[in-house]
Design a protein around this ligand. Structure first.
Ligand SMILES: [Zn+2]
Length: 254
């Protein structure tokens, strides 16, 4: 029963994240005006805004002007609901669950904005760094010291990597947004998570880069947004981090 409620809340939350993804890069208000069709600008009624169902009933078209609605909207709603459900299975209904819901929502918004616009807006990352630090003061699952160290190492390592790359190649390698995103994740998840996420995201990024070059979709120098890889690596950490770290220690250290 609670699982079903979480799924419905997740779909509604996903619908709000769609608004964030569309409006934040345009520096528009999230609350006003009410949702409208991007093509005919008609304000949508509540019946047009039921997550996933509206899209299915109207077969992916606006009810008023019949313009095609991006399939990404229901995908993001389903993605949000599924992740919320898995977080609930992982943390039960706890403070830790709510903290992770916030973090996952921020990562979804940042990833899809990065994929489309190649930016990670400061308006999300900077306040979230502060939120992560403050949360660590009031919650038992992460000490303030660990959170602060995570912030410093997360931002610091990426800044250093970017500096070395720039010095060697004279090209911009690591965006400022990536640095702030890693600092934010450090503040939320602690210093151990920073190293894990950095390692896994670099691995995923290089595999993807290699595949793209192999299929001639890009050259070695085509920029790829790094934010989604950091987000994916963070999900791996949240759901499998402890298991993977102990597996690694068993094999390579013991
Ligand atoms: Zn329309």
């Amino acid at each position: 029963m609670i699982g079903a409620i979480i799924l419905v809340l997740g779909l509604l939350l996903g619908s709000f994240l769609n608004v964030c993804i569309t409006r934040l890069p345009q520096k528009k208000s999230l609350w006003w005006p009410r949702s409208y069709c991007d093509s005919c600008h008609k304000t949508l009624s509540p019946i047009d805004l039921i997550p996933v169902l509206s899209f299915l009933i109207q077969k992916g078209h606006c009810r008023y002007c019949k313009t095609h609605i991006p399939v990404l909207y229901p995908i993001i709603e389903v993605l949000t609901a599924s992740l919320l459900f898995f977080l609930y299975l992982q943390f039960d209904f706890s403070l830790e669950f709510l903290v992770h819901v916030y973090l996952v929502c921020v990562l979804i918004v940042l990833s899809f904005i990065d994929l489309k616009h190649y930016i990670l807006p400061d308006v999300i990352t900077l306040p979230s760094i502060v939120v992560g630090l403050i949360i660590s003061i009031f919650t038992p699952h992460l000490a303030f010291r660990v959170s602060l160290l995570g912030l410093i190492f997360g931002g610091g390592i990426l800044y250093a990597m970017g500096w070395v790359y720039h010095t060697l190649t004279k090209r911009e390698g690591m965006g400022g947004g990536d640095i702030k995103l890693m600092a934010m994740l450090g503040a939320f998840l602690g210093v151990q998570a920073v190293f894990f996420i950095l390692f896994v995201s670099c691995f995923l990024g290089s595999v993807w880069g290699g595949v793209c070059v192999l299929f001639k979709k890009s050259t070695r120098l085509t920029p790829i947004p790094f934010g989604p890889f950091i987000a994916l690596a963070t999900l791996v950490y949240i759901f499998f981090g402890i298991a993977l770290i102990s597996w690694y220690q068993n094999i390579f250290i013991n």
